[in-house]
Design a protein around this ligand. Structure first.
Ligand code: AMP
Ligand code: MG
Length: 282
């Protein structure tokens, strides 16, 4: 079964995150067992992004959401690492600035969507505006509840304009989050990543889960579905996401642009003449 099928939240699906196992690995044992598959996906991702860029007609937007330490940064390294920096961009959305709060919530998002030929990854996204703002009551329900429809319309517009929109929710368990905090505490290289707010936010686990359940249910559409990725194991998360990106980019059936000039003529009339001239010079 394609991973695009296996992990997609279908429209109208009432699945809850609590029913999805974050430790699922599809029967695969460990990182060694998937090394070859990951290598193949990495090569395919490279070629597919090359085609997307060369074709210059369509674009790819990947939205990453998940709780603290769910693996958003690691996913970006894995997926973007396979691609040519020319034609790719990462955009992280933090607490909105005053200027951003003074505009509609999609204002800062719209400015960052990919141009034709481009791949953009959102590290957090407009989904913060129906999740964190709900959990912390930053805006009233009457405001955030209306945003699902606004988001669906916005994404529908992107898709109609040739953007492939892939939304991944990185699903980890509460125990795994604590393990990862521990790793950050133990590793001086990662101390900068940990803060009190990470521990504060854990107190809202239930509220976050409920907000995500509703967001996934209300915004998983035919044109831009959500994929819930079991992410307790980083190697499985990387396998699943790279595989879905490959499957979905392949479905675009991209073609490299046809040459603008007659190759035979270029070879004969221009190139060969120069080669002969160089030969004479020696
Ligand atoms: P990090 O991704 O760890 O660098 O943290 C970014 C922080 O910004 C997270 O705590 C997010 O919840 C917060 N954030 C992102 N977007 C919004 C938003 N629209 N409203 C409020 N907080 C946000
Ligand atoms: Mg954080």
């Amino acid at each position: 079964m394609k991973y695009s099928e296996m992990f997609r939240i279908k429209r109208g699906d009432k699945t809850r995150l609590s029913k999805i196992d974050p430790a699922f690995t599809d029967g695969l044992a460990d990182t060694v067992a998937v090394a070859n598959r990951i290598k193949k996906h990495t090569e395919r991702l490279h070629d597919l992004q090359y085609s997307l860029f060369a074709e210059g007609k369509r674009s790819l937007l990947i939205c990453l959401q998940g709780l603290d330490a769910a693996g958003k940064d690691g996913t970006i390294v894995h997926v973007m690492g396979a691609m040519d920096p020319q034609g790719t961009r990462v955009c992280a959305f933090k607490v909105p600035s005053l200027d951003e709060t003074n505009h509609d919530f999609l204002w800062r998002i719209e400015k960052q969507v990919p141009a034709k030929g481009e791949v953009v990854i959102f590290n957090r996204s407009h989904y913060e505006d129906v999740v964190v703002v709900r959990v912390h009551k930053i805006v009233p329900e009457a405001v955030w509840s209306r945003r699902y429809a606004l988001i669906n319309n916005f994404e529908k517009g992107l898709v109609a304009n040739g953007t492939l929109v892939l939304k991944f929710y990185l699903h980890i368990s509460s125990e795994e989050q604590l393990n990862r905090f521990q790793e950050r505490l133990d590793d001086p290289m990662r101390h900068w990543k940990i803060s009190e707010s990470d521990y504060e936010e854990r107190k809202y686990w239930k509220e976050y889960t409920k907000a995500y359940d509703d967001a996934l249910r209300n915004t998983s559409t035919r044109h831009s579905p959500w994929y819930v990725i079991p992410s307790n194991n980083k190697w499985f998360r990387n396998l699943a996401i790279s595989q879905i990106v490959v499957e979905q980019l392949e479905s675009l059936k991209m073609k490299l642009p046809k040459p603008q000039v007659d190759m035979n003529e270029i070879r004969r009339k221009y190139h060969q003449a120069l080669v002969e001239e160089e030969g004479k010079g020696n």
